[in-house]
Structure formats: structure tokens, C-alpha cells
Design a protein around this ligand. Structure first.
Ligand SMILES: C=CC1=C(C)c2cc3[nH]c(cc4nc(cc5[nH]c(cc1n2)c(C)c5CCC(=O)O)C(CCC(=O)O)=C4C)c(C)c3C=C
Ligand SMILES: [Fe+2]
Ligand SMILES: [Fe+2]
Length: 345
């Protein structure tokens, strides 16, 4: 019971307050690896005007008439390949990150997690935190690189939820951490440790980031610059600490192109084919922009990427896991969350 509760007169309705909440948020994922569940998820995700920047009057007929009739079946087939007994990897890992962060923050904060699209929703989790007495909440979109289609849409949704509340909690949001030394250090140590377990030494370490339409860069979205900066700092750290050999090249590419528009380049699939065709035999991939493994890393990179590389002549291929709940990943998360909670806990 908090101080405020103890001071209430006996006829006053119980009001809980005085607690601090931390809400980890990732993109979202279907509830099941079925075309029906994928369709529901994609309908919400791809109707977000931050994600598809085409006027709804033009976009909705394409989405409802074509995409939602074709893509769910194809995407569900990809989800089936990576589904776990705890459900979608993205949801299971994000839940686990929250579970592991809770004891390290202890009583000082209540930690939970939500998905921007699908379940558990931001609305349900913010409401539950408020009801549990959290009147100060740190919302942490787990995107190291800021992007309007990911970071901003989480903040938009939080605003939408608060708009319906009479007594709003005070909100802070986690800034992008693409160049944070904790993040770069965690990536460097986790990547070098995983490289050390491979049975071969890669000639190329390919850093694959999720792509975005090229137009968003021209409109001022910092995402591309953030990805490039992460890659530059990570390579510098790996070299400065002697964690990779001078003969290992580090390259950057952008994956998961969606739709016919021009996306950021070079594309990961084309890079894998070009590397193999030009003589690279041994490669390792890392996906530093993903806080947790998901269909994009486990299927698109690890399964499809391998085929692309091997069919073009490559012999050794590995996709390293994301920071997930690794020791360096959780230490990084704790450090950046604690910093943003300064003055609150
Ligand atoms: C990490 C940052 C991400 C950015 C930037 C991003 C932009 C973006 N994505 C799409 C379309 C799709 N993305 C899909 C899955 C997906 N995307 C991210 C992250 C970013 N997306 C994650 C973590 C995931 C995995 C979700 C999971 O359930 O595992 C999908 C769904 C899968 C599929 O059908 O291929 C789509 C579609 C757009 C259009 C976009 C920017 C405009
Ligand atoms: Fe995406
Ligand atoms: Fe994909």
C-alpha cells in the first residue's frame, strides 16, 4: 500500500498511485502462425499511416483488395517455420526481456511489455499499469535506430491512449540508442563471442538492418543515418578491441523490402548473391537493429538468406542471434532504462 492509499478517508474510493512503470514495446506479431491471424495483424500494421505513407483513399483498396488476400498465406508459411511452443519468437523474447529486467530493477519499478500491433496491446498494458498505481511510466520502444514507422508510431499510440484518460500518468519515452556506448559495447561483445563459436572464420561480417522506403530518407527520417552510424561505431569497436581480424570485411545492407517502391540499398538478398558471385565463400550475418529475433531474422535471413548465398556459390553461412536476453543485451537494457528513470527511482 502506498502513502497516498494510507491517507485516504474510509469512504474514499481506493486510488493507487506513487509507483513507476517501465513498458517495453516492440513491433507486434500475429497471435498464431495462421493466415487468419496474420491477416488480422497485417490489416492493423499496414493501415498505420506512419508505416504506409500513401493516402488511405488510394492505399486501402490495394491493401484490402490485393495484399490482405495474398500476403497472409505467404507470411503464415514463414511464421510456421519459426514458431515456438511459447508462440511467436518476437513476443516470447520480448516477454522474457521484461521478466529478466523486473528483478534487476526490483521494487523500484513495475516492468511489463506490449506490442504496437496485435497483442498484448499498448492500451491494455498502460491501463493495467495505471490501475496498479503507476503514475510515472517510461515507455521504451525497443528500436535502437529512430524511425517514424517504428518509434514515432509507438509514441502516437501512447498519446492516443492517454487522450482517453481523465487522470493521465506522466510519460517518458526511451530515446533512440543507436550510438549509445552501452549498445555498441553489448553488440561488440555478443557478436565477437558468437563469431568465436563458428567452425570457420568469415571473410565478411554483414550487418543487415530492416529496410525503409528511400523516400523516407529524403523526407528527413534519420533512420538511415542511425543505421549507418551504428554500423560505423560497431566496426570501429570490434577493430579497436581486436575482436575481429584485419582480414574480415564489415559490410552493411537493408533487408525485408515491401512493395514496389525503391527501398534503402544495398539490399541484403542482392548483397548475399553479389558477395558469393564475386568469390566470398564464408559469411556471417548480424542484425543489430532488431532487439529480438523474429520472422525477419529467423526466416528471411537464416533460411532464405542461406539459400541465396549458397545457390550463388557460398559455402559457409551463419546468422548470429540478436541481443535478445543475453547477458550483454540485458546489461545494456538495464543501463539505458535506469538512465531514463533518473529522478524517478
Ligand atoms: C527494426 C525496425 C523495423 C522497421 C524500420 C520496419 C519497417 C517496416 N516494416 C514493414 C513491413 C513489414 N515488417 C514486418 C515484420 C517486422 N518488421 C520489424 C521491424 C521493423 N519494420 C519486425 C521486428 C518484424 C517482425 C514481426 C514478427 O512477427 O516477427 C512484416 C510482417 C512479416 C511479413 O509479412 O513479411 C511486414 C509486412 C514496412 C512496410 C516498413 C516501413 C515502412
Ligand atoms: Fe518491418
Ligand atoms: Fe520479411
Amino acid at each position: 500500500m502506498t502513502w497516498q492509499e494510507q491517507q485516504l478517508p474510509s469512504d474514499h474510493p481506493q486510488v493507487r498511485s506513487g509507483r513507476v512503470g517501465v513498458l517495453l514495446v516492440n513491433l507486434g506479431t500475429p497471435d498464431a502462425a495462421t493466415p487468419k491471424a496474420v491477416k488480422r495483424y497485417l490489416a492493423e500494421f499496414l493501415s498505420d499511416r506512419r508505416v504506409i505513407e500513401i493516402p488511405p483513399i488510394a492505399w486501402q483498396p490495394i491493401l484490402r483488395g490485393i495484399i490482405l488476400n495474398v500476403r497472409p498465406k505467404k507470411s503464415a508459411a514463414a511464421y510456421i517455420k519459426v514458431w515456438t511452443d511459447k508462440g511467436s519468437p518476437l513476443a516470447a523474447i520480448t516477454a522474457n526481456q521484461a521478466e529478466k529486467l523486473q528483478p534487476v530493477l526490483g521494487e523500484a519499478a513495475q516492468v511489463d511489455w506490449a506490442m504496437r500491433y496485435g497483442n498484448p496491446s499498448i492500451e491494455s498494458k498502460l491501463t493495467a499499469m495505471k490501475d496498479a498505481g503507476c503514475d510515472r511510466i517510461l515507455v521504451a520502444p525497443l528500436y535502437p535506430q529512430y524511425c517514424a514507422a517504428t518509434t514515432a508510431t509507438v509514441v502516437d499510440k501512447v498519446g492516443e491512449v492517454l487522450a482517453a484518460m481523465r487522470w493521465q500518468p506522466t510519460i517518458r519515452t526511451l530515446p533512440p540508442y543507436h550510438d549509445d556506448p552501452h549498445y555498441i559495447g553489448a553488440l561488440a561483445s555478443d557478436i565477437s563471442e558468437q563469431l568465436g563459436t563458428l567452425a570457420y572464420t568469415p571473410e565478411v561480417l554483414l550487418l543487415s538492418f530492416h529496410g525503409m522506403p528511400q523516400r523516407t530518407l529524403e523526407l528527413g527520417d534519420p533512420y538511415h543515418c542511425h543505421c549507418r552510424k551504428t554500423a560505423r561505431l560497431l566496426e570501429a569497436k570490434l577493430r579497436a578491441d581486436g575482436l575481429i581480424g584485419s582480414d574480415m570485411r564489415v559490410e552493411t545492407s537493408f533487408q525485408s523490402r515491401f512493395g514496389p517502391a525503391k527501398w534503402l540499398e544495398p539490399a541484403t538478398d542482392a548483397t548475399l548473391e553479389r558477395e558469393a558471385a564475386s568469390g566470398t565463400r564464408r559469411i556471417a550475418l548480424a542484425a543489430p537493429g532488431f532487439a529480438a529475433d523474429c520472422v525477419e531474422t529467423l526466416e528471411e535471413l537464416a533460411i532464405e538468406g542461406r539459400k541465396q548465398f549458397e545457390e550463388a556459390g557460398g559455402t559457409d553461412f551463419a546468422v548470429l542471434t540478436c541481443l535478445n536476453t543475453t547477458e550483454p543485451g540485458m546489461a545494456m537494457l538495464e543501463a539505458i532504462v535506469r538512465r531514463e528513470l533518473a529522478g524517478w527511482i
